[in-house]
Design a protein around this ligand. Sequence first.
Ligand SMILES: Cc1cc2nc3c(=O)[nH]c(=O)nc-3n(C[C@H](O)[C@H](O)[C@H](O)COP(=O)(O)O)c2cc1C
Length: 241
Amino acid sequence: MIKDFNEVIKSRRSVRFFLGKNIKTSIVKECIKNATLAPNSSNLQLWEFYHVINDEIKINISKSCFDQPAAKTANQFVVIVTRKDLWKNRRDFNLNFIMNKFKDLKDKKSRRKKKNAVNYYKFLIPTLYGNFLKISGLIKYLNVSILGLFRPMYRQVTSSDLRVVVHKSAALAAQNFMLSMRASGYDTCPMEGFDSVRVKKLLNLPGSAEINMIIGCGLRSEKGIYSEQFRVPFEEVYFEK
Ligand SMILES: Cc1cc2nc3c(=O)[nH]c(=O)nc-3n(C[C@H](O)[C@H](O)[C@H](O)COP(=O)(O)O)c2cc1C
């Protein structure tokens, strides 16, 4: 069921009660593929998607979400995970793509473009993501703060800044997923109310992985929409400059 885009946006709601009906795993998987098409920082794709369909794992995920209604009644879950630790692997993936795609470039302008892209992944990304010393974040922060007095500088260089960077991209993937689900006639509820330690253990995730969001999926029950959608007045959040 392909809906008009505005209708998809407007009919997406956080659904807290799902009907006790099955949704198609293959359709949810397609929506996860759409999630991977979200814009993401430096195309490093520092994310993973865990599609939970196993009954025992579903029960335990729900328990880890404190059995809140959106979890207890969900037919499936999608757990979006950030993997900042995979930056080298994903950097190499980008480098290989650039090398292969542009290997036969002859003209000067294109070769320069390729060189810039390669340098970005070879030097800039490791400077940002590499944590050669425990205090390297502080050193980088001081460095950009001083240089930033004289010229515009990229300032998100500490380890906690980079956590924000990867979670931003993962949240965009989450939205791609939820809108794709709605366009397919399915419903979702994003959740951050969960015990991350328990969920990581359930999914066998390494310590460096972080849970971005757990998304309950299913078919909406009308009692699962708690009220009409309401937002603060647009003028309060919109600034024309
Ligand atoms: C990051 C994030 C975490 C959320 N966590 C929960 C949650 O744990 N439980 C829940 O019932 N809703 C959760 N929500 C849903 C919000 O409460 C909901 O999006 C908001 O009330 C607006 O309603 P709407 O999505 O229907 O427009 C979360 C939403 C986001 C974006």
